[in-house]
Design a protein around this ligand. Structure first.
Ligand code: URA
Length: 200
């Protein structure tokens, strides 16, 4: 069994917080083990909880369209969430839940080793750009630890708000050139990456 599959089994058995009592399925994440880009959303919603897969409801279909706009399919990237189980009623994740779930995301990042991390929405952004505001930093990237971190709006919010929709679509189009920069960075420097994540 691959280390990623082993990790999925551990996540499926996780009882670190009360979300485990209410989940239909845990939603570990999915995509290519060799993905260069990792997208990190907030938490599973109803559809994701039913299927055990990230971004499969309306926001997920929109994410698929955004990926298609830069000629990518979801199988070519890796998609995960900050929280692996659905908060009841789709409420916002609690700080304690984010804290308890943090080690899963850290291990995913270690295993996937992405060249670029794209945060989707403010909960994911807060782990990589602490203290920043999404309305100020969306569409901007930071190079750090031999990788590129890039903040985008939350697809579920952009789906229903025209101004965010224009912004998220424009921000997505910047990804290919940023990824090319990330590739030249990693070619120049072959040391293993240690990606930085902050406590929120
Ligand atoms: N929103 C998220 O943040 N993640 C999902 O998996 C679905 C919707």
């Amino acid at each position: 069994m691959s280390p990623l599959s082993e990790l999925y089994q551990e996540i499926a058995a996780c009882q670190r917080c009360d979300l485990a009592k209410y989940r239909t399925r845990a939603v570990p994440g999915e995509g290519s083990e060799n993905a260069e880009i990792m997208f990190i959303g907030e938490a599973p919603g109803w559809h994701e909880d039913q299927q055990g897969r990230p971004f499969v409801g309306p926001a997920g279909h929109y994410l698929d369209k955004l990926l298609a706009s830069i000629n990518l399919k979801r199988e070519q990237v890796y998609i995960a969430n900050v929280i692996k189980c659905r908060p009841q009623g789709n409420r916002d994740p609690l700080p304690s839940e984010i804290h308890n779930c943090r080690k899963w995301l850290e291990r995913q990042i270690e295993l996937i080793h992405p060249k670029m991390i794209v945060t989707l929405g403010r909960y994911s952004m807060a782990m990589f750009f602490p203290g920043k505001s999404i309305s100020k930093i969306h569409g901007t990237a930071q190079k750090r630890d031999n990788a590129i971190y890039y903040a985008m709006y939350y697809p579920a919010a952009a789906l229903h708000q025209q101004s965010l929709r224009q912004a998220i679509e424009a921000d997505m189009l910047k990804i290919p050139s940023l990824l090319a920069q990330a590739e030249s960075m990693t070619q120049a420097k072959q040391e293993p990456q240690q990606l930085t994540m902050f406590e929120v």
